[in-house]
Ligand binder design. Structure first.
Ligand code: HMG
Ligand code: MG
Length: 288
């Protein structure tokens, strides 16, 4: 049954690697993506066209997109914070892009140097250009339960930012527990508010594993109808502008839990295990 399928959106090559201090060789990033391309994912986030001053690790995003072997049926995604990033993503032939906002003002300022309102204004021309070119656009909302600067986030505020991204044309909104402080209760309260304005099939859960609750938060979200979750092989990552943020929930852990719960993911656990090993090797600075 279709309803038994849950998609894992692999974000390891972007969210997983962006926080790594030592510069990882472009060829190692390409090898990781090429391995992931054989695992059965429909979407893999591989690039981020942000300021190299802000996130040096992602400076070779165009080279990564140029070097990978594109598997049929896989969409290779890139983050685009502004028009310049969008133009770079299109030139590098990203299959889809993502704009990223925050539900909290403190994180918005720290991460993209703009208020929430200013960021939405900055995204409007991207949305227009993406629509004109037929490039699918995803949206992220960060700090959906807690912000490292502002404390607890109001569920209604998440719903407002999510609807604004939706109104700009995002086909899916990924809800980020950026610092992993969500609990199943907080996630349910947040989703109750968001589901009033956006249907479950246009939402994704993006949970970080800081406090070890990401899998519980995924289960709470499954109960409320969500069927897409972001994860990173090897549990790598974190956001450089979110102090204390640990990695994304590990793809292999989400895949195993979903299968245990009776869902199908279409993923090859052996390929994922191999990619997770590669990813962990990169973190240790001894890839190859
Ligand atoms: P700014 O300083 O306000 O903007 O940064 P600016 O226009 O003054 O640009 C600053 C410098 O960046 C200039 O260079 C620009 O040319 C350059 P300089 O003159 O200083 O040498 N620049 C660019 N270079 C390449 N590509 C571009 C680009 N734009 C400007 N597109 C800006 C504003 C948005 C650019 C900056 O704040 C930025 O890049 N932020 C990105 C931070 C980031 O990537 N964070 C991690 C991703 S979000 C995340 O991880 C959360 C998520 O996983 C969900 C969750 O977990 O919650 C998605
Ligand atoms: Mg993230």
């Amino acid at each position: 049954k279709m309803s038994d399928f849950v998609e894992i959106f692999e974000v390891g090559p972007r969210d997983g690697l962006q926080n790594e201090k030592n510069q990882i060789a472009t060829k190692d990033k390409i090898a990781l993506v090429d391995c992931l391309s054989g695992a059965g994912f429909k979407r893999i986030e591989v690039a981020s066209f942000v300021s190299p001053r802000w996130v040096p690790q992602m400076a070779d995003s165009a080279d990564v997109l140029a070097g990978i072997e594109r598997a049929k049926g896989v969409s290779y995604a890139a983050l685009t914070p502004n028009m310049r990033g969008f133009e770079s993503a299109v030139a590098a032939r990203a299959d889809e892009i993502a704009i990223f906002a925050s539900a909290s003002e403190g994180f918005s300022k720290a991460n993209i140097n703009a208020s929430i309102e200013e960021s939405l204004e900055r995204f409007a021309p991207i949305a227009k250009a993406a629509k004109a070119l037929g490039v699918p656009m995803r949206g992220y909302v960060s700090c959906v339960t807690d912000c490292p600067y502002d404390g607890a986030t109001e569920p209604g505020q998440v719903a407002r930012v999510a609807s604004a991204l939706s109104a700009l044309g995002c086909y899916e909104i990924s809800l980020g527990d950026t610092i992993g402080q969500g609990t199943p209760d907080k996630i349910r309260a947040m989703l109750d508010a968001v589901l009033n304005v956006i249907p479950a099939d246009e939402l994704a859960g993006h949970y970080h594993e800081t406090a070890g609750r990401a899998l519980d938060n995924i289960e709470a979200s499954l109960d409320l109808g969500l069927r897409v979750f972001d994860a990173a092989v090897g549990g790598l990552g974190g956001c450089p502008y979110a102090p204390g943020a640990a990695g994304n929930v590990a793809t292999e852990a989400v895949d195993a839990r979903l299968k245990m719960l009776g869902f199908s993911t279409g993923l090859d656990a052996q390929v994922i295990a191999k990619a997770a090993e590669m990813a962990r090797g990169m973190r240790a600075g001894r890839a190859d």
